[in-house]
Write a protein that binds this ligand. Structure first.
Ligand code: MCN
Length: 792
């Protein structure tokens, strides 16, 4: 392992320990739920026990008499001011966008939807008083299954909204490139599969929590959110409270994984309650509330067909997608499957591609972004079907990939879905992964076990993925949606003593931006790593920003940091030239010092320049008394990390138990700022992708109750369920940002799920098993073997 340099330049690429961690692991941080305010009140919500029902009456009078209770309200009490929760990504002009009141007024559409609330002097009194609320419902039919939701005689989720068109269809989004019919008609082989992306629950370690305090005519709102800037904007637009009167602070946030990329009912209501009661209010979800009412992920049915020649050359791909929106459109609900539309072809060349997505309303918790958002689903489908195509043809699945992928000399390459991949080297990453994994050795062992009829079979799964991250080029986004762009802002301030403050518009919640940005600034300005402080997550401190999601922060926000440093250096150069009585063009800057080229004259440090700027006794004409600058970066393209993940599983065919034997991931994320952080991101990402493959599934019963609403019912894996991962990297720099970096935050999740399921299916191939529904639990695996044996 490379040792971290003490300070100064060469910080980029060094495995610095995270600056954030000492405070976090010694309990010196303040999570939102730890925030105390004088006179603070606590809110508890009464939530719908029905998946679908009319609210016929809400009586809050008895609750008001309970000890400690200060106020109790129904949705109707806020009807005039609560507005509708925002959807920032309407994907078509005619998409149905039903009203989504933060607290239901007439009708509830999923179990857990807020119906009324109690405000009390402490959280226990508020929770106890919920029992005294008297709410009457008239149950309506639940709509659970996506396919029957589209049938003609199915009850409508949004009948009363005036928006229903006699269907639970929310939108249709088609795309076709090339002559798809000819590609399929002329192909030797057409393979069709149906893949289910089960519903997932993000389950971040820190629950959602919000505190709102009135400050005169303004408000300070703390929230465990990934997106303080978006929350502020949307709160202003939703409630009409002027934007400059709202300050949003995201303190340390204990994970989000997309689930805190949201503007929630509870944030809106905390603001409205603080305004109405003129007191600070706090709400923190219980774990079951979190499971039921923090947005869910995935939930798609994918009908996928691939057309190929008998030599394995892929001709075309067709994808027909049903995407469960749940009961309402939340911030990016409809955008998630559409992001996936561009990723189904993966790393492969082909002549034709069609994609059709139908968004469907059901009476379940809305879905929205969950680590990878659209890209894990697409990667799963293409990597699974390519593996099955190889089996159908009788070819090694790695060989089939090699025949079809974009070769390293073909970049930049505009793929069939219209994305231009700027750089990549799939051969190098695969060769390294094959070597580390001992692919040939494991295949030999697999053959031996198959031949000997070993009850424990070995399976090998492959995923050669790419993904689009670094959200986002605003102009590209503009063509896809009516929402906002994807720029990022940074300010760099040299303080008079030569220390540096960096203000970033990104909002880290576990990704280590304070450390990474310090490394970048240390190298750019030639200052010690320890001399850099990074400020974030407060709309007053960091007023401009687009926050953290879509593995965007480094390639967009980190680039803004580089550009702000460049501007600081431009200012400093001018001042240094003045101080050194030299021509600006004759100055050289390295290791934090200016020297006059070709002379022995003493150098001047950036710190000396910063102090001279502050003193301002002798500034050149027009120069300012400060050494600071800000920059906004908007990339021209996404970034495209890629890699090869190989998984070996042992499957006990008598019990259905799957054991992960080894997992090798060779990722290419371009230039790496901090290898330890990148490894950590891959580890966490792998855990989540493996969780989808083997463990996690949100299950609703036919009445619309979430039956997996506790940690006991929803199997989040622990470290003990995972093997030691073998990680390595190849480095093919991105050409679309000056760092040459590509995002890493979601790569592990996107890559791993098809590798693991592919391995399970591969182990069972001798029995005739060709697919497994996720998660591959022992029961499902055992049943697949039993059914395959029965079928003969
Ligand atoms: N990095 C690097 N070199 C690279 C790429 C990244 O050193 N070539 C570093 C970056 O400097 C940064 C970290 O890796 O410190 C992640 O960077 P990036 O890929 O830009 O991703 P973001 O910071 O934008 O994080 C978002 C991403 C997403 S979309 C999800 S979901 C996710 C993830 O990050 N959620 C997380 N990782 C998470 N990690 C934690 N602990 N908690 C979450 O909720």
């Amino acid at each position: 392992m490379t040792m971290a340099p003490e300070s100064g330049t060469d910080q980029v690429g060094s495995p610095r320990l995270r600056k954030e961690d000492a405070r976090l692991i010694t309990g010196q941080t303040e999570w939102t739920d730890n925030i105390q305010q004088t006179g603070m009140l606590h809110v508890a919500f009464l939530r719908s026990p029905h998946a679908h029902a009319r609210i016929t009456s809400v009586d809050t009078s008895a609750a008001m008499q309970q000890p400690g209770v200060v106020a109790a309200y129904s949705g109707a009490d806020f009807a005039d001011e609560q507005g509708s929760l925002p959807c920032a990504w309407p994907v078509t002009e005619d998409m149905l966008l039903p009203a989504h009141p933060p607290m239901a007024v007439d009708e509830v559409r999923y179990v857990g939807e807020a119906v009324a609330c109690v405000v009390a002097r402490d959280a226990y009194s508020a929770a106890d008083a919920l029992e005294a609320l008297d709410v009457e419902f008239e149950p309506l039919p639940a709509v659970i299954d996506m396919e029957s939701a589209l049938a003609e005689d199915t009850p409508l989720v949004h009948e009363g909204s005036g928006q229903g068109q006699g269907s639970n269809k929310a939108f249709e989004w088609p795309m076709a490139v090339g002559d798809v019919d000819s590609a399929f008609e002329g192909a030797d082989i057409v393979l069709t599969r149906r893949y289910h992306q089960q519903r997932l629950i993000p389950a971040a370690m820190e629950p959602r929590s919000v505190v709102c305090r009135p400050d005169g005519d303004a408000f300070t709102l703390w929230s465990a959110t990934q997106v303080p800037h978006i929350v502020r904007l949307m709160l202003a637009m939703t409630t009409g409270i002027p934007e400059h009167k709202i300050r949003v602070i995201a303190p340390d946030v204990g994970g989000g994984f997309g689930s805190k990329l949201q503007v929630t009912a509870e944030e809106v209501l905390a603001l409205l309650l603080a305004r109405r009661l003129r007191k600070p209010v706090k709400w923190t979800e219980t774990r079951t509330e979190g499971f039921q009412t923090t947005h869910h992920g995935r939930d798609q049915i994918q009908d996928v067909s691939i057309a190929a020649d008998s030599d394995g050359r892929i001709r075309g791909l067709k994808v027909d997608l049903l995407a469960d929106m749940g009961a309402y459109m939340m911030l990016v609900t409809p955008g998630v499957p559409i992001l996936g539309a561009f990723m189904f072809p993966g790393i492969y060349k082909m002549d034709a591609y069609s994609f059709h997505c139908t968004g469907v309303f059901t009476t379940k918790m809305p879905t929205d972004a969950y680590r990878g958002a659209g890209r894990p689903e697409a990667t799963y489908a293409i990597e699974r079907i390519v593996t099955e195509l190889a089996d159908e043809i009788g070819m090694d699945p790695m060989e089939l990939r090699r025949r079809n992928w974009i070769t390293h000399d073909e970049f930049p390459y505009t793929g069939i879905a219209g994305l231009t991949y700027d750089s990549g080297n799939y051969e190098a990453a695969t060769d390294r992964a094959v070597e580390l994994f001992d692919y040939d050795g494991l295949r030999a062992e697999q053959r031996r076990r198959r031949e000997s009829g070993d009850p424990v079979q070995l399976g090998i799964g492959i995923s050669t993925y790419t993904e689009m991250c670094g959200l986002a080029p605003s102009r590209v986004l503009g063509q896809l949606s009516y929402g906002a762009g994807g720029w990022e802002n940074a300010a760099v301030r040299m303080l008079p003593t030569g220390k540096v403050e960096v203000v970033t518009g990104t909002s880290p919640h576990g990704q280590g931006h304070v450390t990474s940005w310090s490394q970048i600034v240390a190298d750019q300005l030639g200052v010690p790593f320890e001399d850099v402080e990074v400020l974030h997550g407060d709309t007053r401190v960091a007023p401009k920003g687009m926050d953290t999601y879509g593995s965007r922060s480094l390639v967009v926000g980190g680039t803004a940091v580089v550009q702000a440093c460049d501007r600081v250096l431009d200012k400093a150069r001018r001042l240094a030239a003045h101080m050194m009585e030299a021509n600006e063009d004759d100055l050289e800057f390295s290791d934090g010092r200016f020297t006059v080229r070709g002379t022995e004259r003493p150098s001047t440090s950036l710190q000396e320049v910063a102090l001279a700027a502050f003193a301002a006794h002798d500034l050149p004409e027009g120069a300012e008394a400060s050494l600071d600058a800000d920059a906004t970066f908007d990339p021209e393209n996404f970034s495209y990390p890629h890699g090869t993940h190989l998984c070996a599983v042992e499957v006990d065919t008598e019990t259905g138990q799957v054991s992960l034997r080894s997992y090798t991931a060779v990722d290419d994320v371009g230039t790496v700022i901090n290898p330890s952080i990148v490894d950590g991101q891959v580890h966490g990402g792998l855990a989540q992708g493996i969780a989808q493959a083997l463990f996690e599934e949100a299950v609703y019963d036919t009445d619309g109750n979430l039956v997996t609403s506790t940690m006991a019912d929803y199997t989040v894996p622990t470290a003990a369920d995972l093997p030691d991962f073998t990680l390595d990297r190849t480095t093919t720099p991105a050409t679309t940002n000056p760092l040459g970096a590509k995002g890493v935050g979601e790569a592990g999740t996107i890559a791993s799920t098809p590798a693991v399921v592919g391995a399970v299916v591969d182990a069972l191939r001798p029995f005739g098993v060709r697919d497994m529904r996720m998660p591959c639990t022992p029961q499902r695996v055992w049943r697949a073997v039993a059914e395959a044996r029965e079928a003969g």
